[in-house]
Design a protein around this ligand. Structure first.
Ligand code: ZN
Length: 203
């Protein structure tokens, strides 16, 4: 499986990093070794001084597809989850300066914590879901999927032009504002509406 991640999909986050608001989706891929499941501890890697949390709404693909029309894209989603796109911001900044790829900063081991999955059919409208991240008991990120620049169905259509989407592939749909550095001993809790989805520690 592969993890497709969307960058700069919320205006307030693009602005906080002084990035232009994109005219088409920005995306990158993480390998399956990036996944961190079951609320396992995240061990802070020593190659970075500045790992940022990015809380993201995640959809899982339930049907093989290529060149999917956005009208039919909803049929390709089987479930949803909450994920963190851990980003080595210091490394990413250097990559950006030099015009180099971001993999070192984005795709390292355990850079993609993922919650349990909930059937997509349990939600009336995937494009109106609140999600949040608490760091040490304080809300640091609060978003709603309605604020995405590129909506989920359009993301599926766009990504499937380049990649065959396979059952089990995950799409991390971008982060709202409020990203910040994590430190050893931090405690992160992520919620989709009232449901606690993530609850783990930085070690
Ligand atoms: Zn992200």
């Amino acid at each position: 499986m592969k993890i497709l991640c969307i960058g700069r999909n919320y205006i307030n986050h693009a602005k906080e990093l002084n990035n232009p608001v994109p005219s088409e989706p920005v995306f990158f891929i993480k390998p399956d070794t990036a996944l961190l499941r079951n609320n396992d501890d995240f061990y802070h890697p020593d190659f970075s001084e500045e790992i940022h949390h990015e809380i993201e709404f995640v959809v899982r693909i339930g049907k093989l597809g290529k060149n999917i029309d956005s009208k039919f894209a909803h049929r390709y989603i089987d479930s949803v989850a909450l994920g963190v796109d851990f980003t080595a911001r210091d490394i990413q900044s250097k990559c950006k300066e030099k015009g180099l790829p971001w993999e070192k900063a984005k795709a390292f081991d355990h850079s993609a914590p993922i919650s349990k999955f909930i059937k997509a059919s349990e939600f009336e409208d995937l494009q109106n879901i609140e999600f949040s991240l608490k760091k040490n008991g304080e809300i640091v990120q609060l978003g709603n999927t309605r604020d995405m620049i590129f909506k989920i169905n359009d993301l599926i259509a766009y990504l499937s032009k380049f990649f065959t989407l396979k059952i089990g592939d995950l799409i991390y749909t971008g982060t709202p504002a409020g990203v910040s550095k994590v430190n050893i001993d931090d405690h992160l809790v992520g919620c989709i509406e009232d449901r606690e989805m993530l609850n783990f520690h930085i070690k």
